[in-house]
Design a protein around this ligand. Structure first.
Ligand code: ATP
Ligand code: MG
Length: 415
């Protein structure tokens, strides 16, 4: 035998209960998002590298260390998508959807790829669901996007364990003033900064606020706050978002330290966090990104959205709803096999999950039915087949009765 092969580091198979949970998260999110008017899009898993390098920021962790970037055979630089928003904005522009019929609400679900150190809740191929409201600048849209995310968590039964933390990053003028204050503050502590953050001080001082280095974090605690540099418009937007969150009934707490790891955010930034997943405490995160569609070559299209890790949501969920219990159709004697096959198809076409074992005598097939956790057995012998009936056995109650084949689907419906 050849040596066994394993999934690549940081990737995992979704098998059995893992897939059931994964699927449950997506179908629940899709159903709730559609109540809020989100339509679903699917964009390619790889894109021109510039889709991400332009938008996420050259100095962001994702672009500087985590992207799977490779030249394809034609010499173009391609990247496996590390997140979904940039591709959705690119698609809005590529499909000529930037004029008219805005805002557009888009839901997506799919795999993302980041070269990270794998640990619980952190993988190299992971999966996200996300919602984007494209072409809306009003604070009501920020609050509605968040409310939809909260509703999905409620529906998944995990909202008791998560908390919404919200902050504002201000508008461009607020950020310019804040940046100047940060540069002057961190320049005074240059020696104490990590090497990465010394580089950030030159290239993008705001990034220091998102540093995971403990020494940097201590300095960040006393750094000037964006809240001291907000323009009147930025403050008004932030106040309105919080007021609307109250209106939607979404509880939150203000966390002035949320900056988000990607460059494209302005105004609202938020994270739903939990203490139930150890270090990987952020389950859903997002904010307002007013300049991103322009980066993709489209017109100014203010937008807001979020993404959530399906693996982290799945870990918080109780078990996924069980698959429907099948009905086992059992031919009694070889001459009844054809009748059994047509009965199993009749049930499936009526929307009833049904199985017919590939081999075995009646006893073996009954054992198989029990293994499958079948709710009922339909026994058909040659005599029954000739009379157009079957014996219907309720495997929970142990009762048995004769049913006409024509009535079988009705008798088993809704199980
Ligand atoms: P973190 O701080 O945990 O690295 P992030 O800020 O990089 O998260 P985002 O880019 O905002 O994450 O992605 C949104 C969500 O996607 C995260 O809150 C998380 O639930 C999930 N996520 C991000 N990276 C991973 C990963 N490598 N593995 C699993 N889930 C992930
Ligand atoms: Mg990250």
């Amino acid at each position: 035998m050849a040596s066994q092969l394993q999934p690549a580091r940081g990737t995992r198979d979704l098998v059995g209960e893992d897939f059931a949970r994964h699927h449950h998260v997506i179908t629940t999110a899709r159903r709730i998002a559609s109540l809020y008017g989100f339509e679903e899009w699917a964009t390619p898993i790889f894109e021109d590298t510039r889709v991400f390098s332009r938008s996420l920021g050259e100095t962001s962790d994702v672009v500087s260390k985590e992207m799977y970037t490779f030249p394809d055979r034609g010499g173009d630089s391609l990247t496996l998508r590390p997140e979904g928003t940039a591709g959705i904005c690119r698609a809005l522009v590529s499909n000529g959807l930037t004029q008219g019929n805005l805002p557009r609400k888009v839901f997506y679900a799919g795999p993302m790829f980041r070269y990270e150190r794998p640990q619980k809740g952190r993988y190299r191929q992971f999966h996200q669901i996300g919602c984007e409201i494209l072409g809306a600048s009003e604070p009501l849209s920020d609050a509605e996007a968040i409310a939809c995310g909260w509703h999905i968590q409620e529906e998944l039964g995990i909202s008791a364990g998560t908390v919404l933390e919200i902050n504002t990053l201000g508008d461009a003028a607020s950020r310019d003033a804040h940046r100047a204050a940060l540069v002057s503050y961190f320049s005074g502590h240059r020696e104490a900064l990590s090497a990465d953050s010394q580089t950030r001080l030159e290239k993008n001082p705001l990034r220091i606020l998102d540093s995971k280095d403990p020494g940097d974090k201590a300095l960040v605690a006393d750094a000037p706050s964006i809240h001291d540099h907000l323009t009147e418009a930025a403050r008004a937007h932030y106040d309105a978002v919080r007021r609307f969150l109250d209106g939607f009934g979404v509880p939150f707490r203000v966390n002035p330290n949320i900056v988000r790891g990607l460059d494209y955010y302005s105004h609202t930034a938020f994270e739903f966090v939990t203490d139930r997943l150890g270090a990987q405490g952020t389950v859903m995160a997002g904010g307002r990104y007013d300049g991103l569609v322009e980066e993709m070559g489209g017109p100014h299209t203010p937008s807001v959205g979020w993404a959530a890790g399906i693996e982290r949501l799945s870990m918080l969920c109780e078990a996924a709803p069980a698959a429907p219990r099948p009905v086992a159709v059992i031919p009694v004697g070889e001459g009844a096999e054809a009748a059994a096959i047509s009965a199993v198809q009749l049930l499936r076409r009526a929307g009833v999950a049904a199985e017919v074992a590939y081999k075995g005598n009646t006893k073996r097939r009954m054992e198989r039915a029990n293994k499958l956790n079948a709710r009922a057995a339909v026994l058909i012998g040659e005599d029954e087949a000739a009379r157009g009936v079957a014996q219907l056995k309720d495997l929970d109650a142990g009762t048995q009765r004769e049913v006409a084949l024509a009535e079988l689907a009705t008798a088993l419906a809704g199980g």
